[in-house]
Design a protein around this ligand. Structure first.
Ligand code: NAD
Length: 294
């Protein structure tokens, strides 16, 4: 099948790599080096989103923000210029549900399907073919698109109406941030009390306090000394702010969410928005005067 992919960064690259196995892949990105990686593997490079939409009727997007998604679809030489009736644009960006619903409405008038399908599990999960994909749209759109997504992952979920995938993804990432901060706080406390951090994480991972930070973040990225997870502080800040927008729109107070974002901002103040999320551990070490890393 002819399939298009736009946005070949840390996350888009391994997702597109999986589609390349069974499909004829058409790619577009602003970064020529990212395009070359795929053309060297047999994919066809397009010079604009519009050109890509004239060749394929199934188009995946994995871009930094919903504002960029809007530009790639509705901007100059955007997908909307040449996308055919009945085609599918599948947005794997971690985006904003409100913008997603607006874009879907515009595209529906042209009989173009727009669905949200953000992912969770990072580049590692994409490589392994088990990344979680949460799909927002109608059930019939989901049924139509699922067989193509099966090429990417064995963990595909129907999330609900358009925008639901993006809502759940924002909630998931805020929860990840809260759990990460809580875990670093507790591990720092235990180290201060004379406990070995490796041992504490190993035991908590088998106890009632276990979470993604005790299972993956600390053992794989921090305690191993790797200090790289492939996810930037700036993207986490964006994801948490999407969850905050949802809370504000629904007039719900999220005190833990606010506090975790304030703590994240300390890392951003020190290391910038391009820094890897692993740097949060360094902020905690400074804050508590302990060394989490062995
Ligand atoms: P990234 O910055 O590594 O990649 C973004 C890519 O989009 C780059 O190749 C860039 O050149 C391209 N791009 C930007 N603007 C463009 C435009 N106008 N036209 C065409 N290409 C354009 O980011 P990433 O880590 O791959 O994240 C992409 C999305 O996936 C984000 O929404 C992020 O929140 C989400 N996500 C990332 C991870 C992760 O672990 N990295 C995990 C889950 C979800």
């Amino acid at each position: 099948m002819k399939v298009g992919f736009i946005g070949l960064g840390n996350m888009g690259k391994p997702l597109a790599d999986r589609l390349l196995i069974n499909n004829e892949l058409f790619v577009y990105d602003l970064d020529q080096k990212k395009l070359e990686y795929f053309t060297n593997k047999g994919a066809i490079s397009c010079s604009t989103p519009s050109e890509l939409a004239s060749t394929t009727s199934i188009i995946f997007l994995c871009l930094p923000t919903s504002a960029i998604v809007d530009k790639v679809i509705n901007g100059e030489n955007g997908l909307i210029k040449s996308a055919t009736k009945g085609s599918y644009i599948i947005d794997m960006t971690t985006g904003e549900p409100e913008t997603t619903r607006k874009i879907a409405k515009i595209l529906k008038e042209k009989e173009i399907n727009f669905i949200d399908a953000p992912v969770s599990g990072g580049p590692k999960g994409a490589h392994q073919g088990n990344i979680a994909i949460m799909v927002g749209g109608t059930e019939s759109q989901f049924a139509k698109i699922k067989p193509i997504m099966d090429d990417i992952s064995s963990n595909i979920f129907y999330a609900g109406k358009i925008g639901s995938g993006h809502s759940i993804k924002a909630g998931n990432n805020l929860l990840n941030l809260i759990c990460r901060m809580a875990t670093f706080e507790v591990i720092s406390l235990l180290v201060k009390d004379g406990v070995d951090s490796n041992r504490a994480v190993e035991i908590i991972q088998k106890s009632s306090g276990r979470n993604y930070a005790t299972e993956i973040t600390l053992p794989d990225n921090i305690l191993s000394g790797k200090m790289f997870q492939g996810f930037s502080t700036g993207l986490m800040k964006k994801d948490a702010s999407v969850a905050t927008k949802i809370a504000n729109a629904n007039k719900i107070d999220i005190p833990l969410g606010k506090l975790s974002q304030e703590l994240l901002n300390r890392t951003i103040d020190e290391f910038g928005e391009d820094a890897d999320m692993s740097n949060v551990a360094l902020t905690y070490e400074k804050l508590t005067g302990t060394k989490i890393r062995p």
